[in-house]
Write a protein of this length. Sequence first.
Length: 333
Amino acid sequence: MRIFRAFRAAALVSLLSYLAISVPVRAMDTAGDDAGQFGSITVTKLAREGLKAAQRQDWPTAVQRYQKAVSQNVKAPELYYGLVQAAAKANNWHEALSAMETLFNEDPAAKAHMQAEYGRALAGVSRYEEAIPILNKALTTLDADNAFLNEKLTAMAIKIEKPGEKPDIDMSKVKYREVTAVEKIPERDLVHADEVSEKSKYTLSYENLFHYSEFIAICTYKKFEKERDTAFFRPPIAIFHIDEVLKGPPLNPTLPIRYEFHDKVGTPVMPKGWTFGPDKLPEPGSKWIIFIENAVPKRGAFETYHGSYGRQEANDENRNKIYKVIEDHRGQQ
């Protein structure tokens, strides 16, 4: 019985195919990509590619382009007519049936005029019991139904080809980019090669502090050792506590520093009338950024980079200076 139904359905399909009007595919000549009548460059581009593929009877490509077009979440029910036609021509009955079911939800009036296509698709997926009565009914309305599908496909092609409207530009709302003046390179003093040495003033920079220091830390000043004679060129040993290491190996939290009174630029000269006193040392509890050139103590204390320059007050400005240099050199330490 099932074999007989299949044979009968196949016969009806063949008859309908013979009687069906071939729907013409219009030639296209579109210029460039635009949003078209669908309001989407992507959907319009895919639809035009599908229509061109149908024009040259490349039905599998047409199916693929229409499938992508209708999957773009843009309301374009017209494209399902093109997908149904291409899928049927390609004998892709599962896709044709799926497209028709979606189309009937979008455009319920279409179902009454697409009985032949619907019956052929049902037969194509071996649903013969459903297909035979639909195909029998389709034989009585074939001419009108073909005219309906022809009109829908023609309207679809016109909509696909028609370019989108270009909005009028309100020149009063156009924003012009201001042309900024070329930044002038600041003038700098000429530095001769013989002026650049480890004892020149040009070595006193945070870049050099970072580059030449093996150890950098934010520390708290505690006290100094009094059991020694102190002079301008015989500095005391100041005791700091390490709060935060910014660069270098871990050291004992108690950090003895040779507290130099000059920065070792050029030939140091002791200020006239200079005498040592508590006023020459920082306040206990004050915060400092300590830059140690060699992380190995000499004669019981560490030596800072360029003497007094290797001790920088840990205020916001100086912290930001060294943080920026560290960030610039991150990954190079």
